[in-house]
Design a binder for this molecule. Structure first.
Ligand code: NAP
Ligand code: GDD
Length: 331
């Protein structure tokens, strides 16, 4: 019988790649989707006839109970979160509620209705924040620098606690930044590749950025969802760092993106102090030795290939973009 997998955050970047992978593996895929006044299914449009969507929200316990009871999943991947770090300073309570408490709500549903399901939590390298050692591994202490990072630390420890308290198969992937052509436009890599494409095609004049010297260990989301799946195929639940082991600055992303479009970046990139964060994470670099040894996972896509892939994709979509005027109040 096909394995049943429930993915929260299925409409997000990772959710869409993971849903594709799970279908390839022959799973019956359920996705949690929250109410929206607009169509939120752009990234999974091509999968809609192959998956089942269940209404729910991580802030609403009864909807999670219902989703678990309806899907009776063998595996649950919790990818849903308020995931944009700057928003977490403007909406710290909402971020704590969704990204932090949302996880204990989901674990409670599992404990009550499907305790033998395997559970994956999307932990984050933002938990390392002001780093205590470099590179960061599973045992590196946390020092989060944003309300988002703090919420993820709670989520991480409550996952461990449910594993230890109730013997649930619950584990976390501590994923470093991962990007793709499906990345939200507000995250820095996609902001750069999409605006560069707009500049190339005459649809934007400049690119405003904050801290160009921040460095991240950037990988490809398509590679990272493989690691998530592998973690739930193991005999024992354990936490793993997922990273490429190479760090690059925001400036390097800009250099590659503008090289791809053949324009000099210094002419177009403006520094905007408003885009700096109240507390910055300066340098993240992950050590994924454990995942490589135990899961036999390794990243396949290089940083440069990733950024060039994103620019190429953005050139195509910016080219096709047309603005449809809203219908008038009275025709
Ligand atoms: P994303 O594109 O922002 O997707 C977030 C998903 O969460 C969307 O499907 C969103 O739904 C859903 N969501 C938000 N609030 C919700 C709520 N209250 N109830 C139910 N669903 C809700 O994020 P991503 O990049 O795919 O990341 C996936 C997960 O990995 C997140 O937990 C993120 O924090 C974590 N993570 C990401 C990275 C990375 O570099 N990408 C690294 C480490 C950890 P809508 O479509 O309706 O907004
Ligand atoms: N978003 C953004 N916009 N970031 C900028 C900008 C800008 O205009 N200019 C400079 N940056 C810098 C930020 O200050 C940060 O140091 C870096 O670019 C990366 O920012 P984001 O792409 O927004 O990602 P993030 O590292 O804050 O968070 C992402 O990765 C985490 C894992 O470490 C998100 O995906 C989180 O959900 C994830 O947990």
């Amino acid at each position: 019988m096909a394995k049943k997998s429930l993915v929260t955050g299925i409409t997000g970047q990772d959710g869409s790649y993971l849903a594709e992978l799970l279908l390839e593996k022959g799973c019956q895929v359920y996705g949690l989707i929250r109410r929206s006044s607009n169509e939120p299914t752009d990234r999974i449009q091509h999968l809609l006839d192959k998956i089942q969507l269940l209404d729910g929200d991580l802030t609403d316990q009864s909807s999670l109970d219902q989703a678990i009871q309806t899907s009776q999943p063998d595996e649950v991947y919790n990818l849903a979160a308020q995931s944009f770090v700057p928003t977490s300073w403007n909406q710290p309570v909402l971020t704590a509620d969704v990204t932090g408490l949302g996880v204990v709500r989901l674990l409670e549903s599992l404990r009550k209705y499907k305790p033998n399901a395997k559970f994956y939590q999307a932990s984050s390298s933002e938990m390392f924040g002001k780093v205590k050692e470099t590179p960061q591994k599973e045992t590196t202490p946390f020092h989060p620098r944003s309300p988002y990072g703090v919420a993820k630390v709670y989520a991480h420890y409550i996952t461990i606690n449910y594993r230890e308290s109730y013997d649930l198969f619950a584990c976390s992937g501590i994923c470093f930044n991962h990007e793709s052509p499906r990345r939200g436009l507000e995250f820095v890599t996609r902001k750069i590749t999409h605006t560069a494409a707009q500049i190339k095609l005459g649809k934007a004049k400049e690119l405003s950025l904050g801290n160009l010297e921040a460095a991240r260990d950037w990988g490809f989301a398509g590679d990272y969802v493989q690691a998530m799946w592998l973690m739930l195929q193991q005999e024992k639940p354990e936490d793993y760092v997922i990273a490429t082991g190479k760090a690059h600055t925001v400036r390097e992303v800009v250099e590659i993106a503008f090289d791809e479009i053949g324009l000099p970046w210094k002419k177009y990139v403006k520094n905007d102090k408003k885009l700096y964060r109240p507390a910055e994470v300066d340098y993240l670099l992950g050590d994924s030795t454990k995942a490589q040894q135990k899961l036999h996972w390794k990243p396949e896509t290089s940083f440069e290939k990733l950024i060039r892939m994103m620019v190429k994709h953005d050139l195509k979509i910016v080219q096709q973009e047309t603005t449809y005027p809203l219908p008038a109040l009275k025709e």
